[in-house]
Ligand binder design. Structure first.
Ligand SMILES: [Zn+2]
Length: 149
């Protein structure tokens, strides 16, 4: 299980290799995604809080990257954060999310991107519930929900 010191270490020293890598041109992403999906995932935008019904859905299932279909989160790790963005305590595997400092490292503001396609997902904060203590604050448009495997 990843905890905050692990996240900081990954952001500082480098992320684990993903199982596969998806690379497309900006034109290809633009053709595949809606304007809002493109703005958030490829230009590191942020959707309006409380803009998605996904925040208050807790049915079993998995959440995959809207860009490349890599499974990122399981509904069992989803919790009600009250922030207006879907929130998770842990990714499904340690190598599906990559971490980068957003701004100077001393601020410890950590951006999350899809480790497979580098799509922007959101940020992770050290104020989540136990046992991980992490809060993955994700943009709903960066994710697509699917039934469990
Ligand atoms: Zn992706």
């Amino acid at each position: 299980m990843l905890k905050w010191p692990d996240v900081l270490k990954l952001a500082k020293e480098g992320n684990p290799a993903p199982d596969r890598k998806v690379t497309k041109t900006e034109a290809e992403w633009r053709a595949q995604l809606s304007p809002e999906e493109y703005r958030v995932t490829r230009q590191a935008g942020t959707e309006r809080a409380f803009s998605s019904a996904m925040c208050s859905l807790f049915e079993p299932g998995i959440y995959a990257c809207i860009c490349c279909d890599t499974v990122l989160f399981d509904a069992s790790e989803k919790f009600e954060s009250g922030t207006g963005w879907p929130s998770f305590t842990q990714p499904v595997e340690a190598n599906v999310v990559a971490y980068h400092f957003d701004g100077p490292a001393f601020l410890k503001r950590v951006e999350c991107v899809c480790n497979t396609c580098d799509g922007h997902l959101g940020h992770v904060f050290p104020d989540g519930p136990p046992p991980s203590g992490l809060r993955y604050c994700m943009n709903a448009v960066s994710l697509k929900k699917a039934a469990a495997h």
